[in-house]
Write a protein that binds this ligand. Structure first.
Ligand SMILES: [Zn+2]
Ligand SMILES: [Zn+2]
Length: 592
C-alpha cells in the first residue's frame, strides 16, 4: 500500500515495486483507517485490513480484448439505471410512520426510537429508496446477520438482487461474487454485520445501524472498534446520513443523538405481566407451559447464561450484593472464599446475610439451559422443545430449520438464551417465561440494569405479535421492571442520574489488558504501567490486578480499568504507556 512518497531511507534496505495490483485503497479509506488505528490502538495495517479495496475500473479487463471491454462498459451503463426496477411496490406508511419518516429525511444523524412492532423496517425501506433514487448506496448494519433471515427476506422483497448480504461467514468464493457485483455497480444496498461498513461502495448516501444497542457491534479483537460509533464517524467523514435504530436504545446514543420516536405499535396486542419469586424453573411454571401446550399454543422459555461468574443474591428482596465503590455485582470466588469486584478489585469475605433486608442465607445458584430442558421434557414428554442457544444453533442452516419447524408448529417451545432476544418475531407465542432477571440485574457490569431492562423488553416484544400473550417474569424486583416495561425512555432518563460522573456516556472508560505465560511478568508489566499512568492527573485508575478470567490459553491475564472525564486526557495517557506488551480497549463493553 502506497501511503506517500518519501526520500529513500538509509537505515534499512528497500525493495523495488515488482507489480502493481488492480486494487487500491481510496484516500478516505486510508484516512478512516488512520483514525481507527489511533483511537482504538491498533497498527495501521490491522486497521486497513478491515477494508475491502476498490478496483481500478479498467484494469479487470484482460489486456487486448477490446470487445469485452466494450461489453463491460455496456453492462456498467445499463446497470446504473436498473435500480428503478424494484421488486415490489413500497409498503404504505401509517400516519405515525410517515411523521417519523418526514422528520428523519431532514436529519443528517438521528436515533429512531421505536417500540417493538412499531414498523421501523418500513421506514428504512422508504429512506433507502430515496437515497438510491439520488444515485447513492446504503449500508444496512444488523448485529448478527446469521440470526436475522427474516430481515433479509423482507428487504429482498423490495430491493431484489440489488441488495447483497455481507458477513464474515461467507466463503471466499461467495465474497468474490458479491464484490464483482459491487465493482460492476450492480449493488444499491450492502446489508450485513460489522464488516459491511468496509465494503468498497462508490458513493455511500446512508448508513443504518439497526438494533444499535447490541454489544456485538463492538469488535472483541484488534482493532477493537465499535461499528455503531464508526458508522457515525464515517457518516461525518463521507457526508452520508446515519440512522441508528432500536426499541431499547443504548443510554449513550439516547444521550448523544437527535431522537425520533415511534411509540405506537403497528399491531396492537395485549400483554399481561406476572412477576414470580424464585431462582429456578418451578412446577407452577411447567404447569402453565403444559396448559398452553394442551391448548394448542406455543411458548417461550428464557434462561440467562451471560457471564462466567456467580453473584450473591437475596431470595427475599431480590437484591444482588454490590461493590460499595462501583455499584456492580460482587463476583463469588468460592475456592478462595471471598467476593471480588471486577472493576476496582475490592475484595471482602463471603456475606452470610443480605445488606438490604438482613435475610439469610444468600443464594448463588441459577439454572442453565440443560437443566431447564430436562425438567420440561420430564414434565411434558409429548412436547417438542426447540433449543435456541449458541451450542444448538451453530449455523445459519440450523437456524432456518429450527425457525421453520416452529413456524409450522412441529415444535412447541422455544427454550434459549440471549439469542431469543435478537431479531425474530414469533407471531404465535402466547406464553413467555423469563427466568433469572435478578441475576441479569446484578451482574458485575455497569450496564447490568440497562441490559436486563432491554433484554426483558426485547424478549417480551418477540412474543404475542398476533394474539395477546402472558409474560411470566421471575424477579423480586417487580417494582423496578414494572415502572419501565412500557416506558423505556423513563428508564433511560433515570439511568442517566445513576451513571452520572461514574460511567459512559458522561465519562470515558478504557481497559488495559496484559497477558503473559509467566504470571510474575504479567504482574510486573501491570505495575509498571500503573506507575506511569499515575503521572496523568486527568485519568483515574479505577482498579488494577488479575482479570476476572485469570487465565486464557495458558496465559495469565491482568487488567487496569481507567476513567476520565476527558477523552483527550485519556488518549494522552494511553499513548504514553502503550507498548506491545499491553492491549488497549477504548470504550470497552466487556470486562472479563
Ligand atoms: Zn434482601
Ligand atoms: Zn468496585
Amino acid at each position: 500500500m502506497v501511503l506517500k512518497e518519501v526520500e529513500k531511507p538509509e537505515e534499512f534496505e528497500t525493495s523495488e515495486i515488482f507489480n502493481v495490483l488492480d486494487k487500491y485503497y481510496s484516500s478516505s479509506q486510508i484516512e478512516i483507517a488512520k483514525f481507527i488505528s489511533s483511537y482504538y490502538f491498533s497498527s495501521l495495517g490491522e486497521a486497513i485490513a478491515l477494508f475491502v479495496p476498490y478496483r481500478n475500473p479498467c484494469s479487470h479487463v484482460p489486456r487486448g480484448n477490446v470487445d469485452e471491454n466494450l461489453n463491460n462498459k455496456k453492462i456498467l451503463d445499463t446497470s446504473m439505471h436498473s435500480h428503478v426496477e424494484r421488486g415490489n411496490e413500497l409498503p404504505r406508511l401509517s400516519e405515525d410512520q410517515q411523521k417519523a419518516y418526514n422528520s428523519l429525511v431532514n436529519k443528517e444523524k438521528a436515533l429512531l426510537f421505536g417500540v417493538t412492532g412499531s414498523g421501523k423496517t418500513e421506514i428504512f425501506i422508504h429512506l433507502m429508496t430515496k437515497i438510491i433514487e439520488e444515485g447513492k448506496q446504503c449500508i444496512f448494519l444488523m448485529p448478527e446477520i446469521s440470526l436475522t433471515p427474516q430481515m433479509e427476506s423482507r428487504l429482498k422483497k423490495y430491493f431484489g438482487e440489488r441488495l447483497v448480504m455481507w458477513h464474515s461467514k461467507l466463503t471466499k468464493k461467495q465474497k468474490e461474487k458479491i464484490l464483482e457485483k459491487i465493482y460492476n455497480k450492480e449493488v444499491d444496498i450492502v446489508a450485513g454485520a460489522r464488516s459491511a461498513l468496509f465494503t468498497p461502495l462508490e458513493n455511500i448516501g446512508m448508513i443504518i445501524v439497526d438494533e444499535e444497542h447490541d454489544d456485538s457491534y463492538k469488535a472483541m479483537m484488534k482493532p477493537r472498534y465499535h461499528a455503531r460509533d464508526m458508522a457515525v464517524y464515517m457518516g461525518q467523514k463521507l457526508g452520508a446520513k446515519v440512522l441508528l435504530a432500536s426499541a431499547t436504545p443504548s443510554l449513550g446514543s439516547y444521550h448523544k443523538y437527535d431522537v425520533v420516536k415511534l411509540s405506537k405499535p403497528f399491531i396492537k396486542t395485549k400483554k399481561n405481566y406476572y412477576f414470580v419469586d424464585g431462582t429456578t424453573l418451578t412446577n407452577g411454571m411447567i404447569k402453565r407451559v403444559r396448559g398452553n401446550f394442551e391448548a394448542g399454543e406455543q411458548s417461550l422459555l428464557f434462561v440467562p447464561t451471560r457471564g462466567n461468574f456467580k453473584y450473591l443474591y437475596c431470595q427475599k428482596c431480590g437484591k444482588t450484593h454490590l461493590c460499595p465503590y462501583c455499584s456492580v455485582g460482587m463476583a463469588l470466588h468460592r475456592n478462595v472464599r471471598h467476593l471480588k469486584c471486577h472493576y476496582c478489585n475490592f475484595t471482602e469475605a463471603i456475606r452470610e446475610s443480605c445488606v438490604s433486608c438482613g435475610h439469610r442465607p444468600l443464594t448463588s445458584e441459577r439454572m442453565g439451559t440443560a437443566e431447564a430442558k430436562e425438567m420440561i421434557e420430564n414434565g411434558i414428554p409429548e412436547m417438542v422443545v426447540e433449543q435456541f442457544d449458541r451450542d444448538s444453533i451453530s449455523t445459519a442452516g440450523k437456524l432456518k430449520k429450527a425457525l421453520k419447524r416452529f413456524e409450522n408448529k412441529e415444535s412447541h417451545l422455544l427454550l434459549g438464551t440471549q439469542m431469543l432476544s435478537k431479531g425474530h418475531d414469533y407471531a404465535n407465542i402466547t406464553l413467555s417465561v423469563i427466568l433469572g432477571m435478578d441475576y441479569m440485574l446484578g451482574l458485575g457490569d455497569y450496564r447490568a440494569r440497562e441490559r436486563a431492562m432491554s433484554l426483558l423488553i426485547q424478549i417480551a416484544g418477540r412474543s404475542g405479535r398476533a394474539k395477546s400473550a402472558d409474560v411470566i417474569v421471575q424477579s423480586q424486583n417487580e417494582e423496578f421492571f414494572k415502572m419501565y416495561l412500557h416506558d423505556y425512555e423513563a428508564f433511560l432518563k433515570d439511568e442517566m442520574f445513576f451513571v452520572e460522573d461514574m460511567y459512559p456516556p458522561f465519562v470515558t472508560l478504557a481497559r488495559i489488558l496484559i497477558s503473559h505465560v509467566k504470571e510474575e511478568k504479567a504482574g510486573k508489566t501491570t505495575l509498571d504501567t500503573v506507575t506511569k499512568l499515575k503521572a496523568f492527573e486527568g485519568v483515574e485508575i479505577v482498579g488494577q490486578g488479575k482479570a476476572p478470567i485469570e487465565r486464557i490459553a495458558n496465559k495469565y491475564r491482568f487488567h487496569i480499568l481507567l476513567r476520565s472525564s476527558s477523552r483527550k486526557e485519556m488518549l494522552k495517557a494511553l499513548y504514553a504507556v502503550n507498548n506491545p506488551a499491553i492491549e488497549i480497549d477504548m470504550d470497552p463493553v466487556e470486562f472479563s
